[in-house]
Unconditional design. Structure first.
Length: 390
């Protein structure tokens, strides 16, 4: 099953799983859960064993989640019916393609299977554009979304510079519930202080509104334009930015959703500087735009799905796949495994060596972070050399 927010390459992992089982377990049947837990509870688990190679290829390159995703939390009252369904179809291997909440779901399945004496092998496949799973170098899905954010930041900066006095300032609000990996990726093409972004707001560092406004004013006066990139859950020292005290929505896992900081801060900038400040919220576009898919990301997502099936067939269980980067100047990554309990419910924040105080003063990350990020985003984008400067 697929769970949580989609990524641009989540279906490559699904394709890798299906394609592998067709070869290594030709007498077995493969079932897909329609919208995850919701489909399992209603018995809607279509047999997808005999999908053709061409269809698998098409599935792998498609945006969204081919099986349908879910944010429904597994409840204690669900498990009896679920295991009756699994037993009815003689399902003995279970894969969830998902993040840390999905790891928690699998732990519940594992514990329930043990208490029932039900022979169930569980191997999770990681995915999240937030890149916040622990004990992995990076998460499938992150590289493609990071590529989108980096390109969008560069393009929005050129646009703001070109528009001049009519709309010289832009705030881009990107995803990132608890960690700022995606916001930080906006710095990939930044060569010097003139280039965008000029401010990065991440959940790891409280945002000071007055400092933010000062930096936007400085960049605008100095360079003729200014661009800020903020994680959707960037917080001030007193909590949610903009005075909102209650979330507009809280999901099954207890994650609260607020309006986001960009609109409020754009209003403050416009009032202070007397010029138009645009705010952009690409939303799900940043995780679903086919043209921004990183080939590295796509290849790794497929291979880690394949490897998950091999691990399960060999009898390994209670694990989630992980990516381990090899040392050296040439980028190489291999797959390994981590116990589910090491990942479930935990969040990997951006390490200090990737962040600097320059996030808030010139909108930049360390060279070490850029060396980490660049190979994940695939083929390097050629940046046009010509650029008007003051």
């Amino acid at each position: 099953m697929q769970s949580g927010g989609c990524t641009a390459v989540i279906n490559q992992s699904l394709a890798g799983i299906i394609n592998s089982y067709q070869k290594i377990a030709p007498k077995s049947r493969i079932f897909g859960a329609d919208h995850g837990i919701e489909g399992i509870l209603t018995g809607n688990i279509p047999d997808i064993t005999d999908i053709s190679d061409q269809s698998i290829k098409s599935i792998g390159s498609a945006p969204g989640s081919a099986l349908g995703s879910t944010r429904r939390k597994l409840r204690q009252t669900d498990t009896k019916g679920i295991f009756e369904l699994l037993d009815r179809h003689d399902i003995r291997i279970f894969h969830i393609i998902g993040g840390n909440d999905s790891a928690a779901t699998s732990l519940t399945f594992q514990n329930e299977a043990s208490s029932l004496g039900y022979d169930l092998t569980i191997v999770n496949v990681p995915k999240t554009i937030d890149n916040d799973l622990v004990e992995t170098d990076h998460c499938p899905g992150y590289g493609s979304s990071a590529r989108f954010v980096a390109q969008a930041t560069l393009g929005a900066g050129r646009d703001a510079l070109a528009m001049g006095i009519s709309s010289p300032i832009t705030i881009i609000e990107v995803m990132g519930r608890d960690a700022g990996w995606l916001a930080a990726s906006a710095t990939l093409y930044k060569r010097d202080n003139f280039d965008p972004p000029h401010y990065i707001g991440v959940p790891e560092i409280p945002l000071d509104e007055e400092e933010f406004l000062i930096q936007m004013e400085y960049a605008y006066r100095e360079y003729g334009y200014a661009v800020a990139v903020l994680a959707e859950n960037a917080r001030g020292s007193n909590g949610v930015i903009g005075g909102q005290t209650e979330p507009w929505f809280t999901d099954d896992f207890g994650h609260a959703y607020y309006e986001g900081p960009s609109r409020h801060l754009a209003e403050q900038v416009s009032r202070r500087l007397g010029v138009r400040c645009r705010y952009e919220k690409p939303g799900t576009i940043q995780r679903s735009l086919i043209d921004s898919i990183s080939q590295t990301d796509s290849d790794e997502a497929y291979k880690i799905g394949q490897e998950a099936s091999l691990r399960a067939e060999s009898g390994e269980t209670g694990i989630i796949m992980s990516l381990k980067r090899k040392s050296g100047q040439i980028y190489e990554c291999s797959s390994t495994t981590v116990p589910l309990e090491n990942v479930a419910g935990k969040v990997r924040l951006i390490p200090d060596e990737f962040l600097t105080k320059e996030l808030a003063t010139v909108g930049n990350t360390t060279n070490e972070f850029k060396r980490y990020l660049e190979p994940l985003t695939g083929e390097t984008v050629r940046i046009p050399e010509y650029l008007l400067r003051n």
